[in-house]
Design a protein around this ligand. Structure first.
Ligand SMILES: *[C@@H]1O[C@H](CO)[C@@H](O)[C@H](O)[C@H]1NC(C)=O
Ligand SMILES: *[C@@H]1O[C@H](CO)[C@@H](O)[C@H](O)[C@H]1NC(C)=O
Ligand SMILES: *[C@@H]1O[C@H](CO)[C@@H](O)[C@H](O)[C@H]1NC(C)=O
Length: 342
């Protein structure tokens, strides 16, 4: 429009421009308008925001990968060995570096997407891939690196294994997923968790609340208003200095929760690498709260037991409606649950 205004204001001058020139200008103008609108439509239609990294880096590249965050006091020890994912659901499983048996169990059961080919077809050719996010232990690092070069599905960090040091690991996993993968949903899990893949697809692709909130879903076993433990003698004690408010923001328990990529992107600027809150699942809730995402859909589970399953490791009970539950105590249990879910 700006091009037209001076012409319209000084109408007599138009006569001095030849008809040919006017025709060329008109064609250029409408051509530009056409290009602009069509370009915008293409962007809007693209379901997955594809980053430059995912389109230019090939999976087999062996070149050194730069530090994900030079300021972070955590790094990947096997960055060149990790296969990138381009697909729908990325599963990021926190796993003890010593737990190869648990990882193998998942790889050959619900982590094997070939087993669910029929369900994947049913939901428009869904793809998913399981990654394992581990810490460091000097006695197992050699075996873990070999395992990593075989399976290419491990994120081995340099943080010593420890219960209170998971927040940084989760942040690094999130960061890695944003930098190197393209996906719509992220399922954060643990290595003793069974995931019912058909139920996972069902909740993501058919649940009305999930569909309504599109790219802003935080789903899991949500604790809406938990009080920090102020008992000094408790293992779970949280001092006022560490966290002052009387309640935590809503958070999903860490055994399994779903985030959309957009949420992972929005919380990224809030990552505190120096002093993150040490309960990783509560911390994710805090980050989401801090990010103040408009249109966020927090999916509480109420009574459907979709995320609230707690299984005693000694028994192996199939829970029909559950998406995720722990603790699975053996490979035979993991296998039997997976077989029942197919
Ligand atoms: C992990 O690597 C980071 C970055 O190089 C470093 O600052 C940190 O001290 C390392 N941590 C451990 C436990 O080795
Ligand atoms: C995955 O499942 C398919 C189909 O059941 C099977 O042929 C393949 O060997 C499995 N792979 C692993 C690693 O378990
Ligand atoms: C959160 O977002 C809303 C709407 O965009 C805005 O009005 C509000 O000030 C924001 N709150 C904070 C704490 O940033």
């Amino acid at each position: 429009m700006q091009i037209m205004i001076p012409i319209l204001n000084k109408l007599p001058k138009v006569r001095r421009i030849s008809q040919k020139k006017v025709a060329v200008m008109v064609v250029l103008f409408f051509g530009f308008v056409w290009m602009a609108t069509n370009f915008e439509i293409t962007i809007r239609r693209s379901k997955v925001p594809i980053t430059i990294q995912t389109t230019t880096i090939t999976l087999t590249t062996k070149r050194k990968i730069p530090q994900l965050n030079p300021k972070a006091n955590i790094k990947l020890l096997n960055a060149e060995d990790i296969e990138r994912f381009t697909g729908n659901i990325l599963v990021l499983t926190t796993s003890g570096i010593q737990n190869q048996n648990k990882r193998d169990s998942i790889r050959t059961t619900w982590g094997n997407s070939t087993k669910f080919i029929e369900y994947r077809k049913k939901y428009n050719h869904i793809t998913y891939k399981v990654y394992f996010n581990t810490g460091f232990r000097s006695d197992t690092i050699k075996a873990a690196k070999l395992e990593s070069s075989n399976f290419k599905d491990m994120l081995i960090t340099n943080r010593t294994e420890g219960y209170w040091d998971l927040s940084r690991r989760v942040m690094l996993g999130f960061l890695w997923s944003l930098e190197y993968c393209s996906y719509d949903y992220l399922l954060k899990g643990d290595d003793d968790v069974f995931t019912n893949i058909p139920n996972l697809f069902q909740i993501i692709y058919t649940d009305p609340f999930v569909l309504e909130h599109k790219d802003r879903i935080y789903a899991g076993l949500i604790y809406p208003k938990t009080l920090p433990n102020r008992n000094r003698r408790s293992k779970w004690y949280i001092s006022k200095k560490e966290y002052a408010p009387d309640t935590y923001p809503p958070f999903a328990t860490g055994l399994g929760f779903i985030l959309t990529r957009l949420i992972v992107e929005r919380i990224r600027p809030h990552f505190d690498w120096v002093n993150p809150f040490r309960m990783d699942d509560v911390y994710v809730g805090m980050l989401i709260n801090r990010a103040n995402i408009t249109g966020l859909g927090i999916r509480y589970t109420k009574d459907e037991k979709q995320f609230s399953g707690f299984n005693s490791p000694k028994q192996c009970k199939y829970q029909k409606n559950a998406v995720v539950y722990h603790k699975v105590g053996s490979h035979s249990c993991m296998k039997s649950l997976t077989d029942k879910s197919i």
